[in-house]
Design a protein. Structure first.
Length: 551
């Protein structure tokens, strides 16, 4: 099957068919382009959707990360990856299908134009040969008619007796001329006819079949290219199916990771206050003084008024507990988190201690690195000046001391919270034994709200804020000195339990550093406190032992 032999006379039809093929190719390319735009818009909308519902982490104090929320966030991440795969599909189609189609369509147009021009040139050349042959034919025909006329004229004059010899001779010459010209045109016509027949045979059996064959091959290549693009269109989608399947599997795993029991426990951890439920209200018998007054025969107005006052006071105490069942009044955030319930306060303090320990570790590592660098400079002065590191080293030690004091302070608060939490239940039971129920109710903070008019006070208790170092030492006798120290750097000693000192000041050592970075010292006037170990040069006496710490 060949277009050159089967369709030798269908040049115009082939022209239209090849043009239709290119138009169809471009139409499919337009389809792919619109599909790419759909994929791009789909991916963009998915990403915007994920961005819209992703959590905005504006602060460290986020909502509890429930497993259902974490699963949803994981699903959003998988959906974001899925959107990325849709973008991959669009990019693959744009590069492998659409771009290839547009380049091929451009080449196809150029090739088609060239083949059609060759066909038209061949047809024009054949038409020119036919025109030359037709002209020679017409000229031969015309000369033959003129020769016939000349022959008729010669025969008429030759048979006419009245014609002169000169006229007959002239007619004969004219006849010979016309006959000669007719013979020449006959030969010309024969030559042109032979040439045209040869060109026509060549045109329809060689030139046109070759051109049509090229058009046929071009059209078949176009069909093959369409087939490849169809396959590439599907392959672009099929390549991402494994990754899309993983995204869907990730969504399923996220759904399976939801743990309702864990979420319930997180609610407890997030909102547990650490308070004990309120106890039973006691029965307060206001009729006792009435019966006593009747038996005495007198009525005491002052006691009645006192009873009314006591009733109001009791109601006021009860109202103080109502926030447990309603909205807790919001107070200003305090440094020790005392505005929070005990359990939440304990968690906040523990978090702060962990953060401070991490910062302390960083500063300690930096200090160690600076000391090593200082040693290197001292051994090799050409590498640097050891004194240049002193400001940075002093700053690092100040940071270490500050962090240690912060840690000690927060640990003291944490110990206070844990101590209150541990003995809260005992307080509630011992209150009945000590007959303190009528005198005061336990407040939400774990202390007692006392009535000044009715309270029977027990032994006096110390309510001042104790430093954690003061709590450890209960002995009345001063500790013996185990050495002395000289202050290398000044220390302000603003925090409670610390001892201020000036640079060069000499102090007595009464307790060595236990590994926490603090040394207990005493001035000559008897003032005691803790000073940073890194700020002093310690000299211990021989055969002396440090003070024993009782906890």
């Amino acid at each position: 099957m060949s277009w050159g032999t089967e369709l030798w006379d269908q040049f115009d039809s082939l022209d239209k068919h090849t043009q239709w093929g290119i138009d169809f190719l471009e139409r499919y390319a337009k389809f792919v382009k619109e599909r790419i735009e759909i994929e791009q818009n789909y991916a963009k909308q998915l990403r915007n959707l994920v961005k819209k519902y992703c959590p905005k982490r504006s602060s460290k104090d986020e909502e509890p990360r429930f497993t259902s929320c974490i699963a949803f966030f994981n699903i959003l991440n998988e959906l974001n990856d899925y959107a990325g795969q849709r973008e991959v599909v669009a990019e693959e189609m744009a590069h492998r299908v659409y771009g290839e189609l547009m380049r091929y369509a451009h080449d196809l147009k150029s090739e088609r134009k060239m083949h059609l021009q060759e066909g038209r040139k061949a047809q024009q050349y054949l038409d020119m040969c036919w025109k030359q042959m037709d002209n020679s034919k017409k000229k031969f025909e015309r000369e033959c008619r003129e020769a016939e006329k000349a022959q008729q004229c010669y025969e008429r004059l030759d048979n006419d007796a009245n014609a002169t010899k000169a006229d007959v001779e002239k007619a004969k010459q004219q006849l010979n001329l016309r006959t000669h010209m007719a013979d020449e045109n006959k030969n010309e016509y024969a030559a042109q006819l032979q040439n045209f027949n040869g060109e026509q045979h060549k045109h329809f059996y060689i030139v046109i079949p070759q051109i049509y064959k090229q058009l046929q091959e071009m059209d078949e290549r176009r069909t093959i290219k369409l087939s490849e693009c169809y396959r590439g269109f599907a392959d672009s989608e099929r390549k991402v199916i494994p990754i899309i399947s993983k995204c869907l599997e990730g969504m399923i795993l996220a759904a399976k990771s939801v743990d309702e029991r864990r979420d319930s426990q997180m609610v407890v951890d997030s909102f547990k206050s650490g308070f004990e439920p309120p106890g039973d209200f006691p029965f307060e018998d206001y009729s006792q003084h009435i019966y006593r007054t009747i038996s005495d025969g007198t009525i005491s107005t002052s006691k009645q008024e006192s009873g009314k006052m006591d009733a109001k006071t009791t109601v006021g105490k009860a109202k103080g507990k109502l926030w447990l069942f309603g909205k807790k009044p919001k107070g200003p955030a305090l440094e020790d988190f005392s505005h929070l319930p005990p359990e939440q306060r304990r968690k906040k303090l523990q978090q702060r201690i962990d953060e401070l320990n991490r910062e302390l570790q960083k500063e300690s590592d930096q200090k160690e690195a600076l000391n090593k660098m200082k040693d290197v400079y001292e051994k090799n002065p050409q590498m640097g000046d050891p004194g240049s590191l002193q400001p940075k080293l002093a700053e690092t030690m100040n940071n270490i001391d500050r962090l240690r004091m912060e840690i000690h302070k927060n640990e003291a608060w944490l110990s206070e919270v844990e101590g209150k939490t541990g003995v809260r239940g005992d307080r509630r039971h011992s209150s009945d034994i000590n007959h303190l129920v009528t005198q005061g109710r336990e407040s939400p903070e774990g202390s007692y709200t006392d009535d000044a008019n009715q309270e029977v006070r027990g032994p006096p208790q110390q309510h001042g804020h104790h430093n954690e170092f003061d709590d450890e030492f209960e002995d009345d006798d001063p500790l013996p000195a185990i050495g002395h120290c000289k202050a290398i750097y000044p220390f302000d000693g603003h925090n409670e339990g610390t001892l201020a000192m000036k640079e060069g000041e000499v102090l007595y050592i009464i307790e060595e550093d236990k590994g926490d970075g603090w040394t207990r010292a005493r001035r000559q006037n008897g003032e005691e406190g803790y000073v940073p170990t890194s700020y002093i040069d310690v000299t211990l006496e021989k055969n002396s032992k440090g003070a024993v710490t009782y906890i």
